[in-house]
Design a protein around this ligand. Structure first.
Ligand code: G3I
Length: 378
C-alpha cells in the first residue's frame, strides 16, 4: 500500500464525499434512554442528557478494571454513551514484537461496548509516546512509512465499521521544540518528515472509511503563551490538512485542566474553536479531567472548585456548535491516572472525575449535567 493508493481513493471519493459520510459515522440510536431507565440510576445519566442535545458523553475505561470491578462496570454502563480505551490500543500494548499483534484487551473492550449499546473510540494510532521497547531498535527512516501504514491498516481493518472515531495522530504539535511549523520532533517526524500526519490519515481512511478521523492534542486551553503557541500550531496544521483534502473530520482537545489555574479565557478559547469549526471540522473534548493537586484539602470546598472548572469550561465550549463529543479521562476517582502522576502533597486522595471512589455522583457530575442541560441542541 502506498500513498498513491490513498490519493487515488480520495480522488475517487472526493473531499466532499468523505465529509458527506457523516450519516454513516453516526450510527443509529442504540437505546441509551431505555438502558438508563432500566438501570436503576437515580436521575438521568450524563449520556442521556448529552444525547438530548445531539452530543455524546463518555469516558476512558480500563479492560482489567471492567472485568474485576462490577460496580465500576455498572457505573460506566449507566453514565456513558461512548467509551475509549485508556491504554489498550496503544502500541506498547498491542505490539509486543515487530511482527506480532496482541488484541485481547482491545477486543474485550469493544465487545463490552457493543454488548451494552455504547459507541467506541479508538486511541491512538500514531503517538510519540507509549511505544514498545523494540521500536527504537527496529524503526528508522527506511522502514518507518511501511511500519506506520501497516500498523494503521491492521488495527483499523480489524475493527472497521465498529468504531465511532479514531484518534489518528496524537500530540504532533510541540512549539518548545523550536520548529517554524511548531511540530514535535517525534520519531515519526524525524523518520518521515511532517507528511507522516497526512500519511496516517490516508491509511486510516482507507482501512475504516466510515469512522470519524480525529487529530488529537493537548495543552491548548489556557490564555498562556505556551497554550497560545500550541493553538497556533494546531490551527496551522489543520488548515494545511484541510487545504490538501486530507481525510480529517475532527479536532480532539484533551482538556486535562487544573483546578487552581485561573488563566482560562473563554473568548480566546472559543475564537480558536470557531476557527477550527470554520474549517468544516467537528470538535471533540476527548480526555477531560480537573487536577485538584493544589486545591484546598477540605473535600466540600475542593469538589466545588473542581465542579466550577468543569462548568466554566463546558459552558464555553458547548456554546460552539461544532463541539459534538465530551469525554472524561475516566469516570470515577477510584481509577484515574492522576493518582500516580499528580498526587496531593497532603496525602489525601485526588478527586478529579464526575464520580467519587464509591461510584457516587459528585458536584463535578452535577456541573457536567447542568452544562449539558443548558447547552443549545445541535
Ligand atoms: O500496566 C503496567 C503494569 O503492569 C506495571 O506494573 C506498571 C509499572 O509502572 O505500569 C503499568 O503501565 C502503566 C499504564 O499507564 C497502566 O497504568 C504505564 O507504566 C504508564 O505509562 C501508563 O500511563 C498511561 C499514559 O497515558 C502513558 O501511556 C496512563 O495510564 C494514561 O492515562 C495516559 O493517557 C494519556 C493519553 O493516552 C493521551 N493524553 C494524555 C493522557 C494522560 O497522560
Amino acid at each position: 500500500m502506498d500513498r498513491r493508493t490513498f490519493l487515488n481513493t480520495t480522488t475517487v471519493l472526493g473531499a466532499g464525499a468523505l465529509l458527506g459520510m457523516g450519516a454513516l459515522r453516526w450510527p443509529p440510536d442504540v437505546g441509551i434512554a431505555e438502558r438508563t431507565a432500566s438501570s436503576g440510576v437515580d436521575g438521568e445519566s450524563l449520556a442521556i442528557r448529552a444525547e438530548r442535545k445531539g452530543l455524546l458523553y463518555g469516558a476512558a475505561v480500563n479492560w482489567s478494571r471492567l472485568l474485576d470491578d462490577p460496580a465500576y462496570a455498572q457505573a460506566i454502563i449507566d453514565e456513558c454513551g461512548i467509551l475509549v480505551p485508556e491504554n489498550e490500543l496503544k502500541w506498547s500494548r498491542i505490539r509486543p514484537g515487530p511482527a506480532t499483534f496482541e488484541f485481547h484487551a482491545a477486543d474485550g473492550l469493544i465487545g463490552f461496548a457493543e454488548e451494552h449499546g455504547l459507541r467506541f473510540r479508538g486511541h491512538p494510532l500514531v503517538w510519540h509516546a507509549a511505544l514498545p521497547p523494540w521500536f527504537h531498535e527496529v524503526v528508522g527512516p527506511a522502514n518507518a512509512e511501511a511500519i506506520l501504514v501497516d500498523h494503521i491498516s491492521r488495527v483499523c481493518t480489524r475493527y472497521s465499521g465498529r468504531v465511532h472515531s479514531w484518534d489518528v495522530v496524537n500530540e504532533a504539535i510541540y512549539p518548545a521544540h523550536g520548529r517554524a511549523d511548531r511540530m514535535r520532533v517525534s520519531p515519526w517526524l524525524e523518520f518521515l518528515g511532517p507528511d507522516y500526519v497526512e500519511l496516517a490519515f490516508y491509511a486510516a481512511a482507507e482501512a475504516d472509511p466510515d469512522a470519524v478521523l480525529v487529530y488529537n492534542d493537548t495543552r491548548v486551553d489556557y490564555a498562556t503563551p505556551e497554550h497560545a503557541a500550541r493553538r497556533e500550531g494546531v490551527l496551522r496544521l489543520l488548515e494545511n490538512l484541510v487545504a490538501s483534502n486530507v481525510p480529517i473530520h475532527a479536532l480532539g482537545i484533551q482538556a486535562h485542566l487544573w483546578g487552581h489555574e485561573s488563566r482560562f479565557d473563554p473568548d480566546a478559547f472559543t475564537s480558536f474553536l470557531r476557527a477550527v469549526g470554520d474549517l468544516g471540522l467537528d470538535i471533540y473534548i476527548t480526555e477531560m479531567d480537573v487536577t485538584d493537586q493544589r486545591l484546598p484539602g477540605d473535600i466540600t470546598r475542593r469538589d466545588q472548585l473542581v465542579a466550577k472548572v468543569y462548568r466554566d469550561y463546558l459552558d464555553a465550549v458547548l456554546a460552539v456548535e461544532s463541539v459534538k463529543v465530551i469525554m472524561t479521562w475516566g469516570l470515577s476517582d477510584r481509577y484515574t491516572w492522576l493518582k500516580g502522576t499528580r498526587p496531593r502533597r497532603d496525602g489525601r486522595a485526588v478527586r478529579p472525575l464526575p464520580l467519587d471512589d464509591r461510584m457516587v455522583r459528585k458536584p463535578a457530575w452535577a456541573a457536567i449535567a447542568a452544562a449539558f442541560d443548558a447547552a443549545r441542541p445541535r
